[in-house]
Design a binder for this molecule. Structure first.
Ligand code: HEM
Ligand code: HEM
Length: 167
């Protein structure tokens, strides 16, 4: 495959690392509620959530910096104008999510009982559901490209040695 039609290695590794961490955020955020207040697992899950969430913020900044200074491959040929707009809007929302959601989380823990009140916490919880919806649409789009359009889109975002097996 033409080199310029793929993401570069840094973009690929940052994408999958952040994707993995985001999944861990949903797991931790929604699982700690099953444990009693003050219990050890709940404390551990909460701490993990804050640590991984802060790592996402740092990686998101690195990722956006990298994206602004390195060209992404053009979208596959033959996509309609609407599909292109949807792809760019979806990716934009995902970048926004990995910046804004940790920021709200950090505000929430620093603002408990203080001047900001509950809104960062409420916004963080509502945003979690919206982000899950966008991620599901993102994955659905990848499946559509892979199995309906068969345009090799997934391979562009996989390390070269895995990419060969998906086409
Ligand atoms: C992309 C990163 C993040 C994602 C996807 C995420 C996701 C979630 C989810 C799914 C929940 C449970 C929401 C619910 O109860 O319905 C949650 C809760 C929470 N998160 Fe995050 N989170 C992220 C980053 C962070 C960070 C960086 C912090 C703090 C430094 C944080 C602090 C919190 C807090 C305090 C709650 C509990 C809010 C409450 O009391 O209701 N989150 N998060
Ligand atoms: C299993 C889950 C996921 C799969 C299979 C997946 C797959 C992909 C693929 C194949 C692309 C390349 C699209 C193209 O070639 O134009 C892509 C791009 C992207 N993905 Fe994911 N992804 C997943 C999860 C996530 C998550 C959780 C996030 C962030 C919250 C995310 C954020 C992005 C962004 C921002 C881009 C655009 C990259 C750019 O052009 O700068 N992805 N994803």
């Amino acid at each position: 495959m033409n080199q310029q039609r793929r993401y570069d290695a840094v973009a690929i590794w940052l994408h999958w690392l952040v994707a993995l961490l985001v999944l861990a955020q949903f797991a931790t955020g929604w699982v700690w509620g099953f444990f009693e207040r003050g219990s050890e697992p709940r404390f551990y899950l909460f701490r993990t959530h804050i640590t991984l969430g802060s790592a996402i913020l740092a990686l998101a900044l690195a990722r956006i910096g990298w994206r602004l200074t390195h060209r992404a491959p053009p979208l596959p040929e033959g996509m309609s104008r609407l599909q292109r707009i949807a792809a760019h809007a979806g990716h934009g929302l995902l970048y926004l999510a990995i910046l804004a959601q940790p920021a709200l989380g950090l505000l929430a823990i620093s603002a408990f009982g203080k001047t900001l009140g509950r809104w960062p916490r409420d916004a963080h919880n509502v945003a979690a559901k919206l982000i899950l919806a966008v991620v599901m649409l993102h994955v659905a789009a990848v499946i559509w490209h892979q199995f309906v359009r068969k345009d090799g889109l997934l391979a562009r975002m996989l390390p070269a040695r895995f990419a060969a097996n998906t086409r």
